[in-house]
Design a protein around this ligand. Structure first.
Ligand code: ASP
Length: 315
């Protein structure tokens, strides 16, 4: 037992062994999910509430399916139309839900740190489904599983994370996870889309795709996060695509067997060419979605185990 946490709030506090435990179980779930009959009642009798304060299609669906496949009762709160709009604070909402005795709370919030705060106020397991620019731990775990299965290992790989780094919780969680597993990570993108503390991150930084993609094993593209931009971060989308959009010519600088990833949703023709995104010989974007369900099943299974162990000790 290496993953002993009560919550999954980020990759930062996890030890490499804990990451490996989650990925190993997720890997088993991939095989189970491909079978016609999938009976695993490890969340039977438990209640999972999904609270998404920010729009999401795939992450919410993925968490819902993961919970249902493991036998949990799953409820989706329509947070856009909730009492938040009527002035209720995040904490009040959390306390209200807490009184309903959920076992797992899956939360996405536009503010960095909001999910950590909420976790301190409730007495169930909390999973961070993305908080502002901070972390998106299940995304980094599903990316890691995708890489591990495609490349046969998750260490000593050259990985380029490209595009809108500064606004991306996906980049942050991936950077931390891939670093912990001893890979060489590079960031590629315009200076305006790099975090101010980039020099302290211990990674190589490139502003040119041709140089940045040279000999990499993995090309991870990021969505341009227009909803988090309130100024002129890029001259125009056309110019951005020309310099940083992944097309065949730029991909040719990577290793000939390099895989292409994108967390979705994609802006085709902005950060990635549609033809590359759909190229089944290079793109693993659909695999990422498949791994997402398996990783969320594994994370919730292990959190439920930790919770039962803790409750067992307390009784
Ligand atoms: N779906 C990912 C996230 O929620 C990536 C993105 O939206 O660009 O962060």
């Amino acid at each position: 037992m290496s993953f002993t946490s009560q919550h999954l709030l980020g990759i930062e506090p996890l030890r490499p062994e804990a990451i490996t435990e989650i990925l190993d179980l997720a890997n088993a779930y991939v095989e189970q999910n491909r079978k016609a009959v999938r009976l695993d009642p490890s969340l039977a009798g438990l209640t999972q509430i999904n609270m998404f304060f920010e729009n999401s299609t795939r992450t919410q669906a993925s968490f819902e399916l993961a919970g249902k496949r493991l036998g949990a009762v799953v409820m989706n709160m329509a947070m856009q139309a909730s009492s938040i709009k009527k002035g209720e604070t995040l904490i009040d909402t959390a306390l209200t839900l807490n009184a309903m005795h959920p076992d797992l709370l899956v939360v996405r919030h536009p503010q960095s740190g909001a999910v950590d705060l909420l976790a301190q106020k409730v007495n169930c397991a909390v999973l961070n489904a993305g908080d502002g620019r901070h972390e998106h731990p299940t995304q980094a775990l599903l990316d890691a599983l995708t890489i591990m299965r495609a490349k046969g290992r998750l260490h000593r790989l050259n990985i380029a994370i490209c595009g809108d780094i500064v606004h991306s919780r996906v980049a942050r969680s991936n950077l931390i996870l891939l670093g912990k597993m001893e890979n060489r990570v590079r960031l590629v993108g315009p200076a305006t889309l790099m975090p101010p503390d980039v020099a302290e991150l211990g990674v190589e930084v490139y502003h040119d795709m041709e140089e940045g993609l040279q000999d990499v094993d993995v090309v991870m593209m990021l969505r341009l996060q227009k909803e988090r931009m309130d100024g002129g971060f890029i001259p125009s989308e056309r110019e951005y695509y020309h310099r940083y959009g992944l097309d065949r010519a730029k991909l040719d600088f990577a290793k000939s067997d390099a895989i292409v990833m994108h967390p979705g949703p994609m802006n085709r023709g902005v950060e990635i060419d549609g033809e590359i995104a759909d190229d089944i010989n290079r793109s693993v974007i659909q695999e990422q979605v498949e791994m997402g369900v398996a990783v969320r099943m594994a994370a919730m299974h292990l959190l439920a185990r930790n919770m039962k162990n803790q409750r067992g000790v307390m009784v």
